[in-house]
Design a protein. Structure first.
Length: 370
């Protein structure tokens, strides 16, 4: 690809989202409670400013740099009361009800921007967010609900959607498509299938579209599909991966996973999901997305002095309070001799079979452990 976006995708480490008290009480008649702040504030305005700092701004600690790096900047502008809300309309947990006095709904105007590079000024845009402030005695806490359509997504909402226990049993498929400047349309690049259970996990990376469609990993004269299992091996867990010898015979190689990395298959799967699926929320944190009817999305364009345009777009699909789809496209468009060219790379990931995923471990894999 001729050029890739510099602004997005720079940070690839997994982020630790703001820790809040999360409640997952589904309700048909009332306000959905996503999180209530741990911090208490002396005034309503302080609580709303705390919401902006904790739920919209985003900072990462980069270990090798030994410093915190701002990723998303968020600034409080003003607020407007939308009136008091009856306490029984907010489905607080028993712990969250302790000391509760009253609740009030607010529309909060904020400014949000990706942190700029090279000492440039931040390109802020305004948004209006729905925020609830709860009074406890003489102190106040902010409460986060599900974002309304058109609002920015919050850190706690993403944290709730990506909570590890929701993905302990599921199947993930991902397909990458690439378009070169002379291609009429994008063509298959690579594909992946991953299956996660508490007893074993499976992954396959395909380099051939037909083999992927048939779910039949194999090889051709150029390369072979990578297949791996993570299984129990006594008191440890082991990764068993395929390879082909000089005689083109399929072989399996096993290696124990250090206990410090993961002591159970469930822990290993959780790490894999957070690193390879939900790391998308590190490069594009919550507040950059806008809530839609079936999830949230964002799109950015940058045009240089020559008129060449770079575009990046993310679409996240949500169902039953889980992420079920992630679509990403990065494109570069330019003109030469009155002809327009487009290069792009897109990937689409789907998460499904929650609670019904199974992994059958071949005897060859079990034998490799010996």
């Amino acid at each position: 690809m001729k050029k890739m976006l510099k602004v997005f995708g720079i940070i690839t480490l997994v982020a630790c989202l703001i820790v809040s008290v999360v409640a997952c009480n589904k309700t048909d008649n009332g306000v959905k409670v996503v999180a209530v702040s741990d911090s208490e504030y002396a005034s309503v305005e302080d609580a709303l400013k705390g919401y902006v700092k904790e739920e919209l701004a985003f900072t990462m600690h980069i270990d090798f740099m030994q410093q915190d790096v701002d990723v998303v900047l968020a600034e409080y502008v003003s607020h407007e009361s939308k009136g008091e809300v009856a306490g029984d309309n907010i489905k607080l947990s028993d712990d969250q009800k302790t000391g509760f006095v009253s609740a009030e709904k607010f529309a909060v105007k904020v400014k949000i921007a990706m942190a700029p590079n090279n000492n440039k000024e931040a390109d802020f845009s305004e948004a209006t967010q729905t925020v609830y402030v709860l009074k406890y005695g003489e102190k106040y806490k902010f409460m986060v609900s599900t974002p309304e359509i058109g609002e920015r997504v919050t850190n706690s909402y993403v944290k709730m959607l990506t909570e590890g226990s929701k993905y302990e049993n599921c199947t993930v498929t991902g397909v990458g498509m690439e378009k070169e400047e002379d291609d009429e349309k994008p063509v298959f690049n690579t594909a992946t299938e991953m299956k996660f259970t508490a007893e074993a996990s499976y992954s396959a990376k395909y380099y051939d579209e037909t083999r992927f469609n048939n779910r039949a990993p194999g090889k051709d004269e150029e390369r072979y599909d990578r297949v791996g299992y993570v299984v129990k091996n006594g008191d440890s867990i082991a990764a068993v991966n395929n390879t082909y010898g000089a005689d083109n015979e399929l072989k399996w190689m096993a290696i124990n996973i250090p206990a410090g990395d993961a002591s159970t298959i469930k822990d290993y799967n959780k790490s894999m999901i957070q690193t390879y699926i939900f790391s998308v929320f590190s490069s594009v944190p919550a507040a950059i997305y806008t809530k839609t009817a079936n999830g949230f999305e964002f799109k950015a364009e940058e045009v240089d002095s020559d008129g060449d345009k770079e575009t990046v777009e993310y679409k996240i699909t949500v169902s039953d309070e889980k992420v079920v789809g992630i679509y990403i496209i990065e494109a570069y468009t330019w003109s030469d001799n009155d002809k327009t060219y487009v290069e792009s790379f897109e990937s689409e990931m789907k998460i499904s079979a929650f609670g019904s995923t199974t992994v059958s471990v071949p005897s060859e894999v079990t034998a490799a452990l010996k």
